[in-house]
Write a protein that binds this ligand. Structure first.
Ligand code: CA
Length: 239
């Protein structure tokens, strides 16, 4: 058996931590807990978790700042933000600052466990999936290249820091050049579970973040293009 995956729970409500810990451990995960943002950040760095469940409203340091700090340090551990119900702005902000996913409180435990599993699996399977999709380790489109062995993306020879989700979205689209995928398609293919309705905006946010990182002019993208009313596609310039 491979080692247990470790989930860091950063949440100040003890009863929520208790029920999360109980259910995660029962499912086969190891857990680490932090009850405020500062401790959460310290454990995110020191404990090297496979995934972080991150509450937003935390003592000492907000969940958003914990996530932002990790990303600024180049730490791409999957982060699922726990948001209070109806706080739509929290979801969008969470994705903006580099979270991979969010789940709304009160959540169903089954749904949460499924999301944890999907996000960890996605990370673990990224390498073989990407390797299969690519004919070679290095994919080049104009001045953009993806090394699917090292999971690095380069633009004009310079390494670009992407979150795991951004990397996977780019790799997926680039593996199917000029094919248009709807947001729902991408939710299923890249996010690994079916989303409905407004949640598909996560695709838009991720596309926008990706464009800001890989496009010379994000307002006039040349790689990831929008087919109005249909979806997104990776454009391959004609030789
Ligand atoms: Ca809280």
């Amino acid at each position: 058996m491979e080692a247990k995956k470790k989930v860091l729970i950063v949440e100040d409500e003890k009863n929520i931590v208790d029920i999360l810990r109980f259910n995660l451990q029962r499912t086969g995960y190891e857990t680490v807990e932090a009850y405020d943002g500062e401790d959460g950040l310290a454990k995110a760095i020191g404990e090297n978790p496979d995934l972080i469940l991150l509450d937003v409203m935390l003592p000492k340091m907000l969940g958003f700042d914990v996530c932002k700090t990790l990303r600024s340090q180049g730490n791409n551990v999957p982060v699922i933000i726990l948001t209070a119900r109806e706080e739509e702005s929290d979801k969008v902000l969470g994705l903006e600052i580099g979270a991979d996913d969010y789940i709304t409180k009160p959540f169903s435990m089954r749904e949460l466990i499924a999301r944890v599993g999907a996000n960890i699996r996605r990370t673990a399977m990224a390498a073989p999936a990407a390797a299969t999709a690519a004919a070679s380790a290095m994919r080049v489109a104009d001045d953009l290249s993806i090394n699917t062995d090292s999971h690095q993306v380069f633009r004009a020879g310079k390494a670009i820091d992407l979150t795991q989700r951004e990397y996977e979205l780019l790799t997926f689209l680039a593996s199917h050049p000029n094919k248009v995928y709807s947001r729902i398609d991408l939710m299923e293919q890249v996010w690994n579970y079916g989303y409905v309705g407004d949640d598909a905006r996560a695709v838009d946010v991720t596309v926008r973040r990706l464009r800001e990182k890989i496009e010379a002019d994000p307002a006039s993208p040349i790689y990831i293009l929008t087919r109005r009313g249909a979806g997104y596609y990776f454009s391959v310039a004609q030789a």
